[in-house]
Design a protein around this ligand. Sequence first.
Ligand SMILES: Nc1ncnc2c1ncn2[C@@H]1O[C@H](COP(=O)(O)OP(=O)(O)OP(=O)(O)O)[C@@H](O)[C@H]1O
Ligand SMILES: [Mg+2]
Length: 346
Amino acid sequence: MSETKPLIEVDNLKVHFPIRGNSFLGGTVGHVKAVDGVGFTIGQGETLGLVGESGSGKTTVGRALLRAIPATDGSLIFNTEDGPVDLRALKTGALRSFRRNMQLIFQDPYSSLNPRMTVRDIIAEPLECLNWGTREEIDNRVREIARRCKMNVEHLRRFPHAFSGGQRQRICIARALAANPRFIVCDESVSALDVSIQAEILNLLMDLQEEFGFTYLFIAHDLSVVAQIATRVAVMYVGKFMEMAPSAALFETPRHPYTKALLSAIPTVDPDIPFDPIHLTGEIPNPADPPPGCRFQTRCPYANAQCRGDEPLWRDVARDHWVACHHAEAIADGSHGVQDQAVAAE
Ligand SMILES: Nc1ncnc2c1ncn2[C@@H]1O[C@H](COP(=O)(O)OP(=O)(O)OP(=O)(O)O)[C@@H](O)[C@H]1O
Ligand SMILES: [Mg+2]
């Protein structure tokens, strides 16, 4: 496989959930367009952060990539040593064996661990499902991965209730990584933890990535968490990507007003920098009935007639920096007259 090929290639991914009517016949009366045409790649050993408000479609992107739910349209390619694998085309048997390459780490370490299983059995379960080896080989692997996740191997005989949130999340990580997957979706994996424990878990994920070359899709609503781990960040809003860029470029020179608003909501620790969040007014649109033109136009301080009429193209405005906004240039150079000019032009 060529070194330059990304591990994951997604093109025009759509996931639409049918809305059933209340009538006796129960026909489909519409669709929740949870993901409505997104494209991105994730390089080998890279972490792509995916952020956006609740309901923007982040989890749905992750679940579609793992084939936990079917995609409605688009292509999902996973590049392996033996060539590209079309994830959408995998049939049941092939999918089951390919699943060893992909894993999910959930948000809630309290509900995702079976309270009646020992930690050893929890971590061993995916290996047993894959017929990884003899009981002794599995025991050795469980001990090895537990050590790598900085767990006390003496604790493998205990039950999950004996552990704190951070320790439970280590168990979840060990379980997800036991079969040595290539690609891991971390869905709000540290959101339920205290800040100091969050940092420990993020460091653990980064150490493991450096050691084993894992590739992560790191989903979070909290941009400050994503800033600590992601190589690049994609910003999602009502089923679409608004912006995607290397982390430094996104945080230092955001081009989309939605990204700017999300960034402004992160409190600073420096008392000399005023904390001045941009308050977005209005409701998040219903993904079953998104507004015409730009999806963000109903809440955007820069919106004008063009935004209400034409959907902005997904275009690159700098190296590896993509944005869908008619005003990206004006926003970047800080010409705040945009709104006034826009209003005056109408
Ligand atoms: N199985 C489903 N059937 C119908 N609608 C769904 C289903 N799963 C998700 N949705 C809808 O799709 C949209 C996107 O949901 P999703 O869970 O992907 O958002 P999210 O960005 O992960 O949000 P959060 O930050 O709250 O986790 C929401 O409007 C949600 O209600
Ligand atoms: Mg989610």
